[in-house]
Design a binder for this molecule. Structure first.
Ligand code: SF4
Ligand code: SF4
Length: 412
C-alpha cells in the first residue's frame, strides 16, 4: 500500500465519524496555529475585517483558534471561512508565521467533506463547471463565436493575432489559465505576441485544463488533486522545463503544487520571464521602435497571489518594465498592494463583502489622478474594472500583459 492508498484507507474508516485525517503537508499549517501569541496584528491588517467589521467577519485569529478545536466543530466556522479572500496579509504580518490562509483551506475542505450543506451554493456552481469541463469557466459552446469575440477584443486593443503554437519538444509552456482561455482572451493573445516577438520557443497545451486552485478554495481536495495530477502529466509529457503564466493565482498555485509534488518544472509569471529571460534591455529596445500610442498616466495594482503568495520581486519587475516604456508615467496608489476582493471565491456568494473590500482600492486609485490602472492578473483586472465602472470612474483598466504587448512593434 503506498502513502496515498494508506491515507485513503484511513480516511474512509474515519468517514462515519466525520473526521478527515490531516495529510502530512497539512500538519505543518495545523502546528503553526500553536505558535499564536494573540498579538492581534493579523486582525488589524485583514482587509475583510477592515471592510465589514468583526461582527460580520471575526477575523483571522478566530479562524486559527477554531482549528485548535476538535474536527467536528469545524463547521461552526462556516459563516466566516468563506468570507476570507485568501489575500495572505495575515500570514505576512504574523510574527509567529501562523499560516491562516492554509488553515482556511483546511477548514473549507473538512466542511466540504462532512457538511456540504454548509458550503455556499455559488461555490457548487463553480465546482459543477470544473468537474464537467476541467475548467473554472463554462467554455464557449460555439467556437466561431469565441473567435469572433477574441477578434473584436484584439481590434479594440489594436493588437494583432498570432496563431497558436503546439510543439512537441518546447522547453517552455505558456499556460494562460481558465480566465484568459475562456473569458479574457486578450491576455492569452497578448502573451503570445510577447513570446513570439522575442522568438521564444514555446508551446500551448493542446488540451487546456485548470490548475485546481478554484477546487482547493471550494474545499474539494479530491478534484484539486486530480486536476493538479492531470496537468502534471501533460506538462511532464512534453518534457518542458518552465511554465509561463499570465495569472497571479495560477502562478502561485502551480509554483506550490509543482514544488510539493516534485514536478521538476519551474513556474514563472510572464513579468518574471520578461525581466529575467528576455531581458529589460531587449524590451526597451523593441518598445522604442513603436511610438504610435499616446502618453499615458498609469497606476498599478499588485495582485495578492503574486506579492503575498509568490514573491514581491515580481511587482518590482512590473515597475521596472513600466519605467522603461516611452510615454508612460506611473503614480503609485496608496492602496497598491491591498486586496481587490476578487480572491477566495468570495464574490460568488457574498459579493457585498468583495465589493466592500475593493472600496479602499477604488478610492486610492481615483486619488492618483491616473488615466489607467494596470495589473498583471485577469481576475484582478475584471474585479477592479467592474467596480471602477460601478462608481462611474473614468479610470480605464488594462491587464499589464496586454499593456506591454500593445507597445511592441508589429513583427515583420
Ligand atoms: S498575527 Fe499571528 S501571532 Fe498575532 S494574533 Fe494573529 S495569528 Fe496570532
Ligand atoms: S487571508 Fe486575508 S482575508 Fe483571509 S483572514 Fe487573512 S488577511 Fe483576512
Amino acid at each position: 500500500m503506498n502513502e496515498d492508498e494508506a491515507y485513503d484507507y484511513v480516511k474512509s474508516t474515519l468517514k462515519k465519524e466525520r473526521i478527515t485525517p490531516y495529510r502530512q503537508e497539512e500538519l505543518e499549517y495545523v502546528k503553526s496555529v500553536e505558535n499564536c501569541i494573540n498579538c492581534g496584528l493579523c486582525i488589524n491588517h485583514c482587509p475583510v475585517v477592515a471592510a465589514v467589521g468583526v461582527n460580520r467577519f471575526s477575523g483571522p485569529r478566530s479562524i486559527a483558534v477554531e482549528l485548535s478545536r476538535s474536527p467536528p466543530e469545524f463547521w461552526s466556522t462556516a459563516d466566516i471561512v468563506y468570507l476570507c479572500t485568501g489575500c495572505g496579509t495575515c500570514r505576512e504580518v504574523c510574527p509567529k508565521n501562523v499560516n491562516i490562509p492554509e488553515v482556511v483551506n483546511i477548514i473549507r475542505s473538512r466542511i466540504f467533506d462532512h457538511r456540504p450543506d454548509l458550503v455556499p451554493k455559488g461555490l457548487f456552481m463553480v465546482r459543477e463547471i470544473l468537474t464537467k469541463h476541467d475548467l473554472a469557466f463554462e467554455p464557449w459552446e460555439d467556437k466561431d463565436e469565441k473567435t469572433e469575440s477574441r477578434n473584436m477584443r484584439l481590434e479594440r486593443l489594436r493588437i494583432p493575432f498570432v496563431p497558436d503554437k503546439f510543439l512537441e519538444n518546447a522547453e517552455i509552456i505558456f499556460y494562460p489559465g481558465c480566465q484568459a482561455e475562456e473569458r479574457a482572451q486578450e491576455v492569452r493573445e497578448a502573451a503570445k505576441i510577447i513570446l513570439d516577438y522575442f522568438d521564444i520557443e514555446y508551446t500551448l497545451l493542446e488540451d487546456m485544463s485548470c490548475c485546481g486552485l478554484p477546487a482547493r478554495l471550494i474545499g474539494d481536495e479530491e478534484t484539486a488533486r486530480s486536476l493538479g495530477m492531470q496537468l502534471k502529466e501533460k506538462v511532464t509529457k512534453l518534457g518542458a522545463k518552465k511554465v509561463v503564466t499570465t495569472c497571479a493565482g495560477c502562478t502561485s498555485n502551480l509554483s506550490e503544487i509543482s514544488y510539493n509534488y516534485d514536478w521538476g518544472v519551474e513556474t514563472v509569471h510572464i513579468l518574471e520571464f520578461i525581466a529575467e529571460d528576455i531581458g529589460l534591455e531587449r524590451l526597451k529596445e523593441a518598445t522604442h521602435r513603436s511610438n504610435e500610442l499616446a502618453d499615458v498616466h498609469v497606476t498599478v495594482h499588485d495582485p495578492c497571489h503574486l506579492i503575498k503568495h509568490t514573491s514581491r520581486q515580481i511587482m518590482e519587475h512590473a515597475l521596472n518594465i513600466l519605467r522603461l516604456l516611452d510615454g508612460v508615467r506611473v503614480t503609485e496608489s496608496e492602496a497598491y498592494d491591498s486586496c481587490c476582493g476578487g480572491g477566495g471565491l468570495v464574490s460568488y456568494h457574498a459579493n457585498d463583502v468583495a465589493t466592500a473590500v475593493v472600496k479602499e482600492n477604488l478610492e486610492a486609485i481615483e486619488k492618483t489622478g491616473a488615466d489607467r490602472l494596470v495589473t498583471p492578473c485577469p481576475l484582478c483586472t475584471a474585479q477592479l474594472e467592474t467596480n471602477l465602472y460601478k462608481i462611474g470612474s473614468s479610470v480605464e483598466v488594462d491587464d499589464l500583459t496586454v499593456f506591454i504587448a500593445q507597445r511592441l512593434p508589429m513583427k515583420r
